[in-house]
Design a protein around this ligand. Structure first.
Ligand code: AHR
Length: 623
């Protein structure tokens, strides 16, 4: 192979490799958002979803505590019953860790003249309740109460029980419980291990909040970002589009509290050092469901939402929405540069609508980059009519999705080699290798094929500017879609082989693509080898990414052209390898993980021994 470092062909977008977050598979409520109580505001259509009442318990809405979440629970201990109360089941159980602190809070009021004793109990699966705390509720005005819970054991499937111990009636609302140990120790924040996994990926871009979720099963249930900001107690509940799986009602208890809302998404992007990339509804509901279309003359509120979102992110604190951001604790702008309008909008009704958004956004915010959609164009011609439309509208990037077989990923490493260089750039916004024979497991085969495909994204970094794998998260007991990059239960999390491929790319992007050839040709699968190379201006390194998809060893020798002093020095190599393509990681053990080793001082060329079925990233210093 030859690498010519004197002839950079493209600069790599520093934001190139990133993440796409969507509340699917219990990714937000029940996942990254560390809330442990399900249906905390009693707003699910069946207000007792997640709750088991006992004794005299009713749902009320008179003089509510929160006007946009008006329901609350009334519990009466009338003396005839031994007790009255409610149990919460959490998100497939409530996971608690030994000696860790958890804050349980609720709002309550009582008309009783005397304070009423409430007990808060942790109930284990065997029915024992080893943790009991008490709190006295008094006064007829709503007040917030809090209780610290510190279990002396670790258990994944607890329930939380509230019991009215004294005779009397108490109203409760927004019963919530978070670990004290959240990401950055923010009260009401994110699950630490999951946020850490995102941080460790070193993502350049953070796309949120979906996916189909932004479209909704119907227009009425589309994601409306304005409902997701302000005090969490008053963010109205919304259906989760993923409580349906392609018209099959699979998760009737899956709703969005919006506790993880747009402020938190922007904040997380900032924490991760990633460019925020929000996606908003363009007035079309989910293509798999109702397919509702907003008439052109009713599109204005949708466009206004887009403009207001830019103000929320970037406006100064005197602007209406900039002020909301400041009141939430972030007076400085979030520095939004890109906005996606529409997700997988496949219909011909889309470009006409996008045009209206594009005009309004460009007029008010000419510096914002606009991301359009072409749907999953992997199958070739299905949505080809959209690309010319995106070009006509001059969108900056087109979001392409492909959920295809490992064979497709291997054979598409050259997909972008001949793409139109005069049109919009590409955002590979959702992709994952689906190995149907293993029920779409996150196995090493899928990861290796993604690594091979991504050499093609990198070689074409002049046109492919962003790439995000999808979906990101899945709860092992509550998922609708696989494969997914990170899996977890109520206590533990696991990084898949696919995660490590993404991490190796995102940790080692380099700044400039340089030609890596074999007999003058890019390496796109000849002899089942796939490769790309970049240089890093800041460190002076050459970074090689190479996949050996063979079942035998391969010796790769690289002649480096353009070395100033004609020598390479030492380097480092990361390798993801497994002889068994079907290997997976699990919550108990991560088998497929990258290993680092030193590359010795190497003179003028580099020899790499590629074990069978391996993905290697080599960083070599030049002298
Ligand atoms: O990633 C899961 C879903 O796949 C996304 O919501 C949607 O955009 C695509 O169909």
């Amino acid at each position: 192979f030859t690498i010519d470092i004197s002839k950079p062909v493209a600069s790599v977008n520093p934001a190139m490799y990133g993440i796409f977050f969507e509340d699917i598979n219990f990714a937000a409520d029940g996942g990254l958002y560390a809330e442990l109580i399900k249906n905390r505001s009693f707003e699910f259509p069946d207000a007792f979803t997640g709750w088991q009442p006992f004794g005299k318990v009713s749902i009320e809405s008179e003089s509510p505590c929160f006007d946009r979440n008006p329901h609350y629970v009334r519990i009466t201990n009338d003396g005839r019953l031994l007790r009255a109360g409610i149990d919460n089941e959490g998100f497939r159980g409530i996971g608690l860790k030994k000696d860790e602190s958890y804050n349980l809070t609720f709002y309550a009021r009582t008309k009783s003249a005397k304070p009423i004793k409430i007990s808060v109990q942790v109930v284990r699966p065997d029915g024992s309740n080893p943790v009991v705390k008490t709190v006295n509720v008094s006064g007829s005005e709503w007040k917030k109460y809090s209780v610290e819970i510190k279990p002396a054991y670790t258990e994944a499937h607890n329930r939380i029980r509230l019991v009215v111990q004294d005779r009397g009636t108490v109203d409760f609302d927004h019963i919530s419980m978070f670990p004290a140990n959240t990401w950055k120790n923010r009260p009401g924040g994110l699950r630490r291990d999951l946020a850490q996994a995102l941080y460790d990926l070193n993502p350049g871009v953070f796309r949120f909040p979906g996916g189909c979720i932004i479209e909704g099963n119907s227009l009425a249930t589309r994601y409306q970002w304005k409902n997701s900001v302000g005090p969490v107690e008053n963010r109205p509940l919304n259906e989760n589009r993923w409580n349906y799986t392609f018209k099959h009602k699979a998760f009737p208890d899956y709703f969005q509290t919006y506790g993880l809302g747009f402020f938190e998404y922007f904040q997380l992007a900032e924490d991760l050092g990633a460019e925020p990339l929000p996606v908003i509804s363009c007035g079309l509901s989910c293509q798999y469901e109702s397919n509702e279309v907003v008439p052109m003359d009713s599109l204005q509120p949708y466009v206004q939402d887009a403009l207001d979102l830019i103000e929320f992110a970037n406006g100064d604190t005197t602007s209406v929405w900039g002020k909301v951001r400041a009141q939430m604790g972030h007076p400085a702008p979030f520095g939004l540069k890109m906005l996606a309008v529409g997700n997988e909008q496949w219909g011909k009704v889309y470009p006409k609508r996008l045009e209206v958004f594009a005009k309004a956004i460009r007029q008010k915010y000419p510096d914002i980059q606009l991301v359009g959609s072409s749907g999953p164009s992997a199958s070739g011609d299905r949505f080809d009519y959209l690309w010319p439309e995106m070009k006509r509208l001059g969108v900056d990037l087109v979001d392409e999705h492909y959920y295809m077989s490992p064979e497709w990923f291997f054979s598409n490493a050259a997909r972008y080699d001949n793409y139109d260089r005069k049109g919009p750039k590409v955002f590979a916004g959702e992709y994952a290798s689906h190995h149907k024979e293993t029920q779409k497991a996150n196995n090493f085969l899928s990861a290796l094929s993604e690594a091979a495909f991504m050499t093609g994204l990198e070689r074409n970094a002049d046109i492919v500017r962003l790439a995000t794998y999808a979906p990101l998260f899945a709860h092992v007991d509550a998922w609708q879609w696989n494969p997914d990059m990170i899996w977890y239960d109520n206590l533990r999390s696991m990084r898949t082989p696919n995660y490590y491929v993404q991490q190796l790319y995102a940790m080692n992007p380099g700044t400039d693509v340089v030609p890596l050839t074999n007999n003058g040709k890019p390496v796109t699968g000849q002899d089942s080898i796939y490769a790309s190379a970049t240089t890093d201006k800041a460190t002076g390194e050459i970074i090689i990414k190479i996949v050996n998809a063979n079942n035998k060893e391969y010796n790769a020798s690289f002649a480096i052209k353009g070395l100033k002093k004609n020598t390479l020095s030492d380097g480092v190599m990361y390798m993801l390898q497994d002889n068994n393509l079907l290997s997976t990681n699990s919550l108990d053990a991560e088998k497929v993980v990258p290993h680092m080793s030193q590359l010795p001082a190497i003179g003028q060329s580099l020899d790499l021994n590629l074990p069978p079925r391996s993905f290697i990233v080599a960083r070599v210093k030049t002298k």
